[in-house]
Design a protein around this ligand. Sequence first.
Ligand code: ADP
Length: 408
Amino acid sequence: MDTRTGLPVVGMVGGGQLARMTHQAAVALGQSLRVLSETPDDSAALVAADVRIGTHTDLAALREFAKGCDALTFDHEHVPTGHIAALAAEGVKIYPGAEAIVFAQDKRRMRERLSELGAPVPMWRPVSSAADIADFAAEVAAARTEAGGAVRTEAGGAAQAGTDSGAGWPVVAKAVRGGYDGRGVWMLADLAAAEELVATGTELIVEERVPLRRELAALVARSPFGQVAAYPVVETVQRDGICVEVLAPAPGLSEERALAAQQLAIDVAHALGVVGLLAVELFETEAGIVVNELAMRPHNSGHWTIEGARTSQFEQHLRAVLDYPMGETSLAAPAVVMANVLGGAPGGMTLDERLHHLFAADPGARVHLYGKQVRPGRKIGHVTVLGDDMTSVRARAVRAARWLQEGE
Ligand code: ADP
């Protein structure tokens, strides 16, 4: 507790934009987020008052950081589970716990656990050789033939196969650990590609290439008390493995499917004992939904909630880790779109000049910049637009983000 205010202190490990935006939410709750940052120039370290410099792999630094915090949480999923368990054993309230976060760190464990829980997942397999990958491709082909040109999911649903029927290829290989924004995901066209990847020594799983219609995300928060709150299901639009737009609510999603996705996320949160936010990234196929992956922290698919929902995901995460009752999750407008601003090519107008132009062109666009150095392709901010009509709201959000990115 901060004795000056009588209000709790939450420590967040990691100083990226998620910590920066959580800090903003903390301010409204009368708090100030304590941040463990790698450098003083990290996104959250630039704005928070209580910044400690240290690294998340250093148990002694984590221990020191935890002193005086009411709860500890994370802006990323890279803290070793051994460290999390050690701190919890010493009485630190640290959320999500080691037994939950492991499923966000390790794609193999995540797939195993979700399969056990009966959650819909793509066909998948851990592999250690190119021959394993070829066997898996053959298995996918056999399943497609058996299903009469349809792809079965493990939940028993059936979806139309894509046009690629080349004996199960391409398959999707994923690094078991450490991937993000599509790094650590490889589309393998054939055995030669599999051989090349296996030669790198990366620990891998492979999955069928899901014939996806689009990608969705279901975001929920869960408190230690076990209360859960679910946000409206959104559509996430990816380019080159990076999320570029989020549409809330997911346009044209049936009520039935939206409820199923929310229920799935709630069930997973309870089953894994998640405390804080859980984002379930989903693929929508003709037949239903399958889980792509899990994140246990504020998530890019929830940035729209800052203006677009009654309670932002960042405040909800704080409420959850402090065991406050959850806030309302309903939409603040019929259509909300968030577009990420990625670093553009160097040169041209400064970011400041671009902002002048953008604000003149669209006074309703809500801009969030993360104070990060601009590097091509790096997420440096996002824009959110609210309105009545999804098509026009989306066009405005995309235009605003492109303007900040490219200055044109
Ligand atoms: P990361 O952890 O790097 O975000 P993901 O597992 O989310 O990686 O995969 C990145 C993107 O690759 C997904 O958003 C999706 O577009 C595509 N992808 C991943 N797995 C599959 C799959 N099994 N079938 C089809 N596309 C996939």
